[in-house]
Design a protein. Structure first.
Length: 202
């Protein structure tokens, strides 16, 4: 698969190449049952984007917590760089073939990805208490490594008044194979949906 890195238009913007691709932030939905709304929405979203070249209306455009995350990102990155003696470079948007994409929060050399979250205090405290990668983000780093062809992801949860939670996720061939299988099924479902709907409109 051909992997390419694309500069983002500006901070916080979505890259136009994101349209019509399964991205790291959505692949968790592909491990839901096909009968669930989350799975069906993921298939419908990519199918719609492939048919129209546009983002669907009513899609997630952010909320208080995502805005807060953007505001805290410089401090979260600084905390990570101080603690790890690393430099976080721009994450940009990455494509892998015609169907897959990822926009990591940062690139760490050699071979790493930085992924940061800034949740509400109770969520952050739960992450600290559990000490493991949060289940809701289980597949995001796997997709990020697949698309960027890098070896590890440092997942960090940041709160300005609490210690950071940080865990490294290393590339795992078994998980990557499982993800590729789910993606293959999803791509086929999107193609089937597009074919059926274009037949209706013909």
């Amino acid at each position: 698969m051909i992997r390419e890195r694309h500069k983002l238009p500006s901070m916080g913007d979505l890259h136009p190449l994101r349209i019509g691709r399964f991205t790291a932030s959505m692949v968790g939905s592909l491990f839901m049952k096909p009968s669930t709304k989350g799975y069906q929405d993921a298939i419908a979203t990519v199918a719609f984007e492939r048919m129209t070249g546009k983002r669907p209306e009513g899609g997630f455009s952010g909320n208080f917590w995502t805005d807060r995350g953007h505001e805290l990102e410089p401090w979260a990155v600084e905390q990570y760089e101080i603690d790890t003696f690393s430099t976080v470079h721009a994450g940009d948007f990455w494509t892998c073939g015609d169907w897959f994409g990822a926009s990591p929060d940062g690139i760490v050399n050699p071979g790493g990805v930085f992924e940061g979250k800034a949740p509400r205090f109770a969520t952050h405290m739960a992450y600290l208490d559990a000490g493991v990668l949060p289940r809701e983000y289980r597949w995001q780093p796997v997709m990020q490594m697949l698309v960027t062809n890098r070896d590890w992801v440092d997942f960090q949860s940041y709160h300005p008044d609490l210690p950071p939670f940080r865990i490294r996720v290393n590339r795992d061939e078994k998980k990557e194979t499982e993800l590729l299988s789910a993606l293959d099924i999803a791509v086929n479902k999107v193609n089937e949906t597009v074919f059926n709907l274009e037949g209706v409109s013909a």
